[in-house]
Write a protein that binds this ligand. Sequence first.
Ligand code: ZN
Ligand code: ZN
Length: 380
Amino acid sequence: MATCGKSVSENIPDYEYIDVNTKTFDIGAFRNLWLERLKPSHYSYKEKEDEEFETELSKEFGLNAETVNDLKSICSLDSLRCNPVDRPTDTNVVPPDSTLRTLIQRKRRQDYKSNLTVQKVGRHDLYADELERLTFGRNPTEGNEIPEGEVIISVNVYYPTIFERFKYIRPHMTLLMTGSHTLANLRDAICCVSDLQVCGEFSNTPDIAPDFISKDHYRSSFFYLEGVFYNDMRFPECQDISSTTIDWAKSHNFPSYEKAKMEDTKFIDLKIKVGFPYLYCHQGDCEHLVIITDVRLSHKTDCLDKKLYPLLTHKHRVTTRRCTVCHLYIGRWLTSNDRYAPCDPCLFCDKCFRLLHYDDQGNKLGDFLAYPYVDPGAFN
Ligand SMILES: [Zn+2]
Ligand SMILES: [Zn+2]
């Protein structure tokens, strides 16, 4: 990048704290630098023809045709067989004397698992690649392909800090965004129980409770990145909830903050630090850390269907709280002051709740209070 000069070199990610986060850089300018430096064939989705690849290889390493052919047969997939051609490969059997590090690791893991007294597959192991499998090899329909040279941004979204238990653990979800997505697209892709919470007591009218989810009533939210509040102002009900903080900072001689609209801000226009914790705040006080972990060009092995983005690649699973009565279904109602309940408050699934508290005509039986409950594990 010798010819690029100082102003451009600021757009190459450089560590601010080693292994923690980079200094600020412009995603769009970073992408342009890559595109200038790479040949179109480097980021093209087209498979290279065998012949074309061989000519390039022999040119690059100065090899003659015979050596290239030898290399081809040595490196071919057929030479990787662990057993004779006529026997089908069992991918679960690891050869005992393998020198490959990956296989040694795998053997160790297999031996460890076979020694365990309790055989239990963790939920995280079970679903580890589920989301990746869903998108692998999906061919986009005509016109829905991610353009070549598009930038892909990995975003980790953490549990809200109000969940004491989940404060320090792995991200709740990992999303892949493209450079042309706006911050509003990211906001819509984040699913959080706070958005689905129903506020109020509904023991007299349990049927209308689902019409009152918080997402439809309290639509304001913002992202805070690099000194700028990006507010969601798409709907008439939206308020600029960042103004309180901005005014407070002004009156206390803090550096001034700017604001913008999240629906008008594309990722490609952002200046960010990779690895740095940013903030997403919605429903008043539901605050999530958001960390951008990677910015790169799209590749032919990526999911290339534009319609599947923002692409969810990881989701943390939590245990669900079940109904106190049947222990079978996920809890939907919390009751209080309830003489039918074994405890106070008590969690019921929809079925048990209605069977116990209402007669055939749907009339309320007795005096109790009922609050809709959304389980964090309902998203599993
Ligand atoms: Zn939230
Ligand atoms: Zn139940």
